[in-house]
Ligand binder design. Structure first.
Ligand SMILES: Cc1cc2nc3c(=O)[nH]c(=O)nc-3n(C[C@H](O)[C@H](O)[C@H](O)COP(=O)(O)OP(=O)(O)OC[C@H]3O[C@@H](n4cnc5c(N)ncnc54)[C@H](O)[C@@H]3O)c2cc1C
Length: 555
């Protein structure tokens, strides 16, 4: 597919999770890539993301890496629960059960275990996830990883985009050229700056001190009678904090939340004292600080995700406070939306106009998620914690029970975020054929399955036991109810080279939401059309819309 004068079809700047997933997905579509990354190969990232959403796991399943990701991180029998306590070693007053990875497909205990999906969420730290992605990318056909390489600048013309890069020390400056460029270069994205996109929103929501600590003794100090948890939210009068188990043995990530007053004065919070208050340990407790990061929780969104042949995705295009754990997951959803379109165009069946769908579909969704995350942060910042929270009295017990019920209700939606996973709707896409029906709304924790165009096609299992999502073609899949079909649509798609397969599951296996005789679903599971058999003219018109030929190209 690569033109002779080009170094690759697509240049990707940044080999964080978003850039690496872009390379893997484009490789699967036969599109060649060069990935420019300043870090060394397998150099660990900061200890940040801990939650891989169900929707991301579904994509990993399609890419053939879900089982490996599921097996990494915490031990297979380690509960992925969230516990609410007065401190890590203190009194527990609420718990959200989330199954350990070893029983993730079978357990029915927990708020997300009834989800209709072949791949439930997974809790794994980014330090375990990224090496898996990097190793697969290094072996993927058509992917060239350039590590210890800096991106400096870009320029584009009508048919290509070029980037000036150098070795990390500034030597060996050279230019690489491709047809398109994806900036997946994180929050400080130079690609974003170079295309003139600007971030706006809420630049400061909260100051946070994060410390990765190592202590083989911490679990011993915790009650042996209570099960372990992946996440711990701690509430006491001295400090509010969150702790995440990283390896289930000795490594933990501790987030210390600063009050607005503390944030005014640098150094006002004693890092070590705050960690001890969150853990509930005295000076006799020893730990090693493995890494430290002070960061500001924000809500920022780029005003544009594209300029001509250059696109931005992931943290390069949006940043928000990590409540609900959707920064990376939304970034991966962005880039897979884009790589599907790039693959369709570069393999020849889609018009260049299809690429306009990227910003039209993804930007509104990321704006919605940014608000969900910020609203949650603001509710949590004022927890209404009772003064007796730690008291070993009846009043203390009552207070913990009441407060526990409140924090459980508040937080369950962010740790079982069905809405963020499945509820979002592409309601103004140039490559979706709408039928006037209104899509159901969604919240962080709830969604209503629907086949209104723009919604996610509800999952079902076929008679042979396979997931419908495993049957999706890399273009479109037509779900036909008993006795229905559309030979004209199949023929018109074939004439244009649009990949389209027909699935006839049998009405008794179809969820009730599949009300139309035919439902057309994209590889990313989004419904793009529904209706009855089309004649040749209408089928041709629909195919032109689907392949982006009805989009006015704006560059
Ligand atoms: C405390 C915390 C907890 C989080 N928890 C979650 C969670 O549970 N779930 C979730 O989904 N998200 C979470 N996030 C967010 C998540 O970590 C980020 O959204 C994610 O890392 C973004 O991925 P990315 O690939 O877009 O950017 P990055 O991970 O920032 O990767 C960008 C890459 O580009 C490289 N790069 C940058 N500039 C250049 C250059 N000029 N030349 C060459 N290379 C360059 C960098 O070295 C880096 O490797 C959390 C974030 C924080 C801070």
């Amino acid at each position: 597919m690569t033109q002779a004068a080009l170094d690759a079809d697509v240049l990707i700047i940044g080999a964080g999770p978003v850039g690496l997933v872009a390379a893997l997905d484009l490789s699967a579509r036969g599109v060649s890539t060069i990935v420019v990354e300043q870090r060394e190969f397998l150099q660990p990232p900061n200890v940040k993301c801990n939650h891989v959403a169900s929707r991301t796991m579904e994509s990993f399943r399609r890419l053939g890496i879900a089982a490996e990701v599921r097996a990494a991180g915490l031990p297979a029998d380690y509960p992925q629960d969230v516990a609410f306590r007065t401190s890590l070693t203190g009194i527990e007053f609420a718990r959200i059960p989330i199954p350990a990875s070893g029983e993730r497909y079978t357990s029915r205990t927990g708020p997300d275990t009834a989800w209709q999906t072949p791949e439930p969420p997974h809790r794994i730290n980014q330090t375990f996830l990224e090496p898996i992605l990097a190793r697969h990318a290094a072996q993927a056909p058509g992917v060239t990883l350039l590590n210890r390489t800096l991106f400096h600048s870009l320029a584009q013309d009508e048919s290509s985009v070029s980037a000036v890069i150098s070795d990390l020390d500034g030597s060996n400056e050279r230019t690489v050229r491709a047809r398109y460029l994806i900036g997946a270069d994180g929050g400080r994205s130079m690609v974003r700056k170079q295309i003139g996109a600007t971030l706006s929103g809420d630049p400061v929501l909260q100051h946070v001190q994060s410390t990765c600590i190592r202590s083989a003794e911490l679990y011993e100090r915790m009650s042996a009678d209570e099960p372990r948890a992946w996440g711990y939210y701690t509430f006491n009068q001295r400090r509010l904090g969150h702790v995440y188990a990283i390896d289930g043995r000795e490594t933990f990530l501790v987030h210390t939340y600063l009050s607005p007053e503390e944030a005014q004065t640098e150094g006002s919070v004693d890092r070590d004292a705050a960690i001890r208050a969150i853990l509930g340990v005295g000076d006799d407790f020893e730990y090693e600080a493995v890494s430290k990061e002070d960061w500001i929780a924000r809500r920022l969104l780029a005003d544009r995700f594209r300029s001509g042949r250059v696109f931005i995705a992931g943290d390069a295009s949006h940043l928000w406070v990590p409540f609900a754990g959707f920064g990376m997951n939304a970034g991966i959803a962005d880039v897979l939306n884009l790589t599907w379109q790039l693959g369709a165009h570069l393999s020849g069946w889609a018009d260049e106009g299809i690429l306009d769908a990227y910003e039209a579909e993804r930007r509104p969704i990321t704006e919605q998620v940014s608000h969900f995350a910020m609203n949650h942060q603001q509710k949590l910042a004022r927890p209404g914690m009772p003064a007796e929270i730690e008291d070993a009295t009846e009043a203390g017990e009552r207070a913990r029970a009441e407060f526990g019920a409140a924090v459980h209700a508040l937080n369950e939606p962010q740790f079982a975020a069905a809405g963020l996973n499945y509820g979002y709707v592409y309601d103004a896409s140039p490559i979706i054929s709408y039928d006037g029906a209104e899509a159901p709304g969604y919240t962080m924790g709830t969604y209503t399955p629907s086949t209104v165009p723009g919604c996610r096609a509800p999952h079902f299992v076929l008679a042979d036991g396979t997931s419908f999502y495993d049957r999706l073609s890399d273009g479109y899949t037509l779900v036909a109810r008993d006795g229905h079909g559309s030979p004209a649509l199949v023929a018109e798609a074939e004439r244009r080279g649009i990949p389209l397969v027909v699935v006839e599951p049998g009405d008794r296996l179809l969820p009730a939401e599949y009300t139309a005789p035919l439902t057309l679903v994209r590889q990313d599971q989004q419904v793009v059309w529904r209706g009855a058999a089309l004649d040749a003219a209408d089928a041709a018109e629909l195919c032109e819309l689907l392949r982006g030929a009805r989009v006015r190209v704006v560059v």
